[in-house]
Design a protein around this ligand. Structure first.
Ligand code: DOR
Ligand code: ZN
Length: 350
């Protein structure tokens, strides 16, 4: 049995750090093990241009622990009004690594999102020309579509068309949750990839709903049935470079999750690489973790892998019950429960 695991330092290709006082904790947690992170732009108001992204990046850097070389990779939030010029400026800034498509109303802070994909086709054409990846929250928002089918319908009704229209556009289907999404990515050309979260590898909707509603498992896209979870595990451990690590760690204060209308998001950043390690270990695929966590992401984005390493040991530890979150606190995924792996060299980029 493998009890110690050395990995090239991983990156997180999808994280929510929020802003203001929240950054102290979220940045510390991300910088603990990850070299870089693709930072989601769904703030209130959203990050819509290069200038806002650069200011936000500075606020994140201000919170980086002294001995970390954590690099926040910034993204733009696409709206109906994002212009080709916005994309050009973003790309030329050298600071922006992608633009995020939130279909309006699909998830947390997506009210300013895109209402019609065709309306932003000229912007997407510019992204394809400049090689700026499109990150997609792949859920249709029509009220007649069942929440469990939103991803599948998005692929059928929008993504297929988009890929045909822009054959050169790099697209990441973010936090995939279904067999249909996996099949779509497998059949698509090499410029189409997907991120997979730790929570979708470790849990399914039974964990969220059987025996009582557990709001801290509620995220979007919502966890699906077990057969989809198994398909995700198979994709993650397949060694196919189209699937790589993106935590979608999404903090919310406890009172907003434990509410009559609780918001979506699981906080995993405090133990992200450990949770992924557990998922790969359970699937007897620890040897597949390093490519998934440390190589396939940078390869897709055209960046070099990190130079240093982290070391994980098989050792039980208890996850905290609560974590500070600005003036509030949050309940992390796995709160108070045992996590089976632990990263040794925390915060020590060599
Ligand atoms: O569960 C989620 N939380 N899914 C998202 O797409 C957004 C995120 C958030 O920002 O809280
Ligand atoms: Zn997200």
């Amino acid at each position: 049995m493998n009890n110690i695991l050395k990995l090239t330092r991983p990156d997180d290709w999808h994280i929510h750090l929020r802003d203001g006082k929240a950054l102290k904790q979220t940045v510390k947690d991300a910088a603990r093990t990850f070299g870089r992170a693709i930072v989601m732009p769904n703030l209130i108001p959203p990050i819509k241009n290069a200038q806002q992204a650069t200011c936000y990046q500075q606020r994140i850097l201000n919170e980086c622990p002294n001995n970390s070389q954590f690099q926040p990779l910034m993204t733009l939030y696409l709206t109906d009004n994002t212009s080709s010029n916005d994309i050009k400026i973003a790309k030329e800034s050298g600071n922006i690594y992608a633009a995020k498509l939130y279909p309006a109303g699909a998830t947390t802070n997506s009210d300013s999102g895109v209402t019609s994909l065709t309306a932003i086709y000229p912007t997407l054409a510019t992204m394809a020309d400049y090689g700026l990846p499109l990150l997609v929250h792949g859920e249709i928002t029509r009220p007649d579509i069942d929440i469990y089918d939103r991803e599948k319908y998005f692929i059928d009704e929008q993504l297929n068309q988009l890929v045909k229209e822009f054959p050169n556009l790099k697209i990441v289907l973010e936090h995939i949750t279904t067999k249909e999404a996996i099949d779509f990515v497998l059949e698509a050309p090499v410029n189409i990839a997907a991120t997979i979260t730790a929570h979708h590898l470790l849990y399914n909707r039974n964990d969220m709903l059987v025996g009582g509603i557990r709001p801290h498992y509620y995220c979007l896209p919502i966890m699906k049935r077990n057969s989809h979870q198994q398909a995700l595990i198979k994709a993650a451990i397949s060694g196919n470079p189209k699937f790589f690590l993106g935590t979608d760690s999404a903090p919310h204060p406890q009172f907003k999750k434990e509410a009559s209308c609780g918001c979506a998001g699981c906080y995993t950043a405090y133990a992200a690489i450990e949770l992924y390690t557990e998922a790969f270990d359970r699937a007897n695929a620890l040897d597949k973790l390093e490519n998934f966590a440390s190589y396939f992401g940078p390869n897709f984005y055209g960046l070099p892998a990190n130079q240093d390493t982290i070391t994980l040991v098989r050792r039980n530890w208890q996850a905290p019950y609560t974590i500070p979150f600005g003036d509030e606190q949050l309940i992390p995924l796995r709160a108070g429960e045992i996590i089976q792996w632990q990263c040794l060299n925390e915060n020590t980029h060599e």
